[in-house]
Design a protein around this ligand. Structure first.
Ligand code: ZN
Length: 84
C-alpha cells in the first residue's frame, strides 16, 4: 500500500476514474483512466505511464491525436432485418 503524500494519513488505492484534460478548445475525456486515489483526502494521482501516453498525444498533431484517441469500441455493425 502507498501512503498518501498529501494528507499522510490515507492510503492510495488503484481506481479507474474519468480523465479530463483540454487540448485547445477540445476536451479530452478518457473513461477508466488508471489512477491512485486517497481514501481520506481524495488526492488523485494518475498512473505515470498513462500520463506519459497522454503527454505524447498532446504533443502530436491533432490528426495523430484523433487517431490515437480511439479508445471507444468499434461501431457495432448495422444489420438490417430481412423481411420474409
Ligand atoms: Zn490523502
Amino acid at each position: 500500500m502507498i501512503q498518501c503524500e498529501e494528507c499522510r494519513i490515507g492510503l492510495l488505492h488503484q481506481k479507474q476514474i474519468t480523465y479530463l484534460d483540454w487540448m485547445g478548445r477540445n476536451a479530452i475525456v478518457v473513461a477508466n483512466a488508471p489512477a491512485l486515489v486517497c481514501d481520506v483526502c481524495g488526492e488523485t494521482q494518475y498512473d505515470l505511464e498513462f500520463l506519459d501516453r497522454m503527454q505524447n498525444l498532446m504533443e502530436a498533431t491533432p490528426e495523430e491525436s484523433a487517431a490515437a484517441l480511439r479508445f471507444t469500441p468499434s461501431p457495432v455493425s448495422k444489420r438490417r432485418w430481412q423481411q420474409l
